[in-house]
Design a protein around this ligand. Structure first.
Ligand code: SF4
Ligand code: SF4
Length: 422
């Protein structure tokens, strides 16, 4: 019997052909896809990308540059997964395809900047070292000079990074153990994250405080590294597995839950079971990972008045990656005086998507423009979102429009409203 053409995918991590064949080309996912929204191109829709992946899996096409471009342009937001009635696991298929391109193809993003991003961002120590000189850049007046000179226009990706950088805060040292208050509900380990720890350290501090008031002993293990989310979404599976195994070893102590306040991290950690089936510690970590809103939703919090009109942006890796939508909203509604107004297209990606906004600044800006327009229409004076990447991206967009709207993590507002002081 003649055998068919050889698949362009090889190895144990090759995208699952059965999963690819689940797509019945119905197109229900198309209106939910941010890149399809912007470009209107079939090959930049979930259905088009799945068609390309399946053609490569069945050996009908090779891992061409064109295929790579359509795959690269995908945000990995997984809105298509939420919409899909056939249960196509788009996120895992995308990550597996990116791993194949990384290994055998010609990834568009294999330049100096990409190597730099993947060396620095998923490493809290390196990121901290880099931020020292950047703090000086911001405070010495050099930033103003660079911006006025317009020199960054020559380097659009660098300009995208520079525009995103908020005023860098001072670090916050968290105690290794914070005891529970009131009725004890359990013991949790906190992931401090890479970006969160350096750019939004108060979010970690507020998370500890809220969890403690909610009745949890909070352990912050020293020496914890990156969860590997960035590497996973880029298909750098070896790197990802190394980071995930190390994290499982450092966070996997005697705790009931492992808590994260970063949607991207939580989503990746909950996927450890799929990607590291032979590492029991990683499996255990995946099963015990919870977003902070999931734990706080079931706890009593003594909340005082906070008069504000707030809108909520669904981070993709909370809404689509973890199916968490109601808990953050319900928590915000529990704050007396706080009026929560719905944001139109709240779960449409803001264009952040890890380092996507640096690697694909054109598409990221187009999506950010839409997001900012919706936020301005909402009439809110504060926008809340549970992912540091979204906070950075939305802050950048609102700053560019000169809008005086605060951008915060939901735990920030809950901590402001807490009546019980530390
Ligand atoms: S992950 Fe997001 S950007 Fe990619 S195909 Fe799905 S909906 Fe579109
Ligand atoms: S991914 Fe799902 S929703 Fe999209 S075309 Fe395929 S079957 Fe339909």
């Amino acid at each position: 019997m003649a055998s068919g053409p050889a698949s362009a995918f090889t190895g144990p991590d090759a995208p699952d052909l059965d999963a690819l064949r689940k797509c019945v080309h119905c197109g229900i996912c198309l209106p939910q896809c941010p890149t399809y929204h912007v470009l209107g191109e079939e090959m930049d829709s979930p259905r088009g990308r799945l068609y390309l992946m399946r053609a490569a899996a069945e050996g009908r096409i090779a891992l061409t540059e064109t295929l790579g471009q359509h795959v690269d342009r995908c945000l990995g937001c997984r809105a298509c997964e939420t919409a899909c009635p056939s249960g196509v696991p788009f996120g895992q298929l995308l990550e597996a395809t990116r791993a194949q391109i990384e290994r055998h193809g010609t990834p568009a993003h294999r330049g100096l900047l990409t190597s730099f991003l993947y060396r620095v961002f998923p490493n809290p120590a390196r990121l901290g070292t880099l931020l020292g000189p950047l703090r000086l850049y911001q405070r010495s007046g050099l930033r103003r000079l660079v911006r006025v000179s317009g020199v960054l226009r020559l380097f659009p990706r660098l300009a995208a990074m520079e525009a995103m950088l908020p005023d860098l805060p001072r670090g916050v040292e968290l105690p290794e153990l914070t005891g529970a208050r009131g009725t004890r509900r359990g013991r949790v380990g906190l992931l401090t994250g890479c970006v969160q720890r350096h750019l939004y350290p108060h979010v970690n501090r507020d998370t500890v405080r809220l969890l403690s008031v909610a009745g949890y002993d909070v352990v912050v293990p020293r020496g914890q590294g990156c969860c590997g989310a960035l590497a996973l979404h880029a298909g750098r599976l070896e790197e990802f597995r190394g980071q995930a195994s190390a994290l499982a070893a450092s966070l996997g102590g005697e705790v009931d839950w492992i808590v994260t306040n970063a949607a991207g991290c939580g989503s990746a950690m909950k996927e450890y079971g799929h990607w590291l089936p032979d590492v029991p510690a990683a499996q255990a970590l995946a099963a015990r990972t919870r977003d902070v809103s999931e734990l706080l939703a079931g706890a009593h919090l003594p909340l005082g008045r906070l008069d504000a009109t707030v809108t909520y942006h669904d981070a993709c890796h909370l809404a689509h990656g973890q199916r968490i939508r109601t808990q953050p909203r319900d928590l915000l509604r529990r704050i007396p005086g706080l009026k929560l107004v719905e944001l139109m297209d709240s779960d449409l990606c803001c264009g952040s998507a890890g380092v996507y906004n640096v690697l694909e600044p054109g598409m990221a800006d187009a999506l950010l423009e839409r997001k900012v327009a919706r936020i301005l229409e909402s009439g809110a004076s504060i926008v809340a979102s549970g992912n540091p990447g979204c906070l950075l991206q939305i802050q950048k967009g609102l700053r560019a429009r000169g809008a005086a709207i605060e951008v915060v993590h939901p735990v920030d507002l809950l901590a402001r409203a807490l009546t019980e002081r530390a």
